[in-house]
Ligand binder design. Structure first.
Ligand SMILES: Nc1ncnc2c1ncn2[C@@H]1O[C@H](COP(=O)(O)OP(=O)(O)OP(=O)(O)O)[C@@H](O)[C@H]1O
Ligand SMILES: [Mg+2]
Length: 222
């Protein structure tokens, strides 16, 4: 099991009440699987994905990555986040002062690759996402969907074994959404990468190997 979440609970406290978001969510992901998660807005999908990606902690329950129990404060968490997990944020957080290519190359440079290699690899991934004509554009010169694809490329740059993607097709038209899903499937088959994808699109969700719906804090198979 490459990724496992057991009995994940998470509540937020506001001034006068407790909002229970996750209430015993369980998820088992095998290496090389493509898994989708759907659910109503506000049901806790991003919260769950952040916990799975060691960006946030649950109140109780356990996360195992590659069979090792971890959380965001585990001494290996920074290493796991950098080397094993690619995270596609719902709101893409591109660096505004860097071009599309530089944004994608950033994780490669941080990992110690040469500048020329990093830029070449960044260009190649952006090309796969149909952005070869946009590599020197800054984020504010890209459409919302283009920015989202750059963020997706950045998450894939280090070829992470697990990709956690929060609404990666949220700003894309149906044709580009389908292309992105095909690319995920292709990478999943070619590189054996594991994908956990949050989506509002039930039709796309059904293209996954396993689909879950987050309802009242629990993941139910669809
Ligand atoms: N830091 C926080 N403090 C308090 N409440 C929060 C916090 N973060 C999220 N919430 C609440 O927790 C619930 C789940 O939020 P989350 O972002 O996980 O939902 P989501 O399923 O990803 O929604 P969407 O589909 O709209 O992206 C929401 O009701 C939200 O208002
Ligand atoms: Mg969300």
């Amino acid at each position: 099991m490459i990724l496992s979440a057991q009995n994940i609970c998470k509540a937020y406290q506001d001034s006068h009440r407790t909002i229970t978001v996750l209430d015993g969510a369980n998820l088992q992901v095998q290496a090389g699987e493509l898994v989708s998660i759907t659910g109503q807005s506000g049901c806790g999908k991003s919260t769950l994905l952040h916990i799975l990606g060691l960006l946030d902690d649950s109140d109780s329950g356990t996360i195992e990555i590659g069979g090792v129990q971890v959380n965001s404060r585990h001494p290996d968490a920074p290493f796991i986040r950098n080397s094993k997990i690619g995270f596609v944020f719902q709101f893409h957080y591109l660096v505004e002062d860097l071009t599309a290519m530089e944004n994608v190359a950033l994780p490669l440079l941080i990992a110690g690759k040469k500048i020329s290699t990093s830029m070449d690899e960044a260009k190649a991934i952006l090309g796969k996402l149909g952005l070869q004509e946009r590599i020197t554009h800054f984020p504010n010169q890209l459409s919302g969907g283009e920015q989202q694809r750059v963020a997706f490329a950045r998450a894939l740059a280090n070829k992470p074994s697990i990709v956690l993607a929060d609404e990666p097709t949220g700003n894309l038209d149906p044709a580009n959404s389908l292309e992105l899903w095909k690319l995920m499937r292709q990478l999943n088959q070619d590189l054996g990468q594991t994908f956990v994808v949050v989506t509002h699109d039930r039709e796309l969700a059904k293209l996954a190997d396993k689909s879950y719906e987050l309802v009242q804090g629990k993941l139910n198979p669809l």
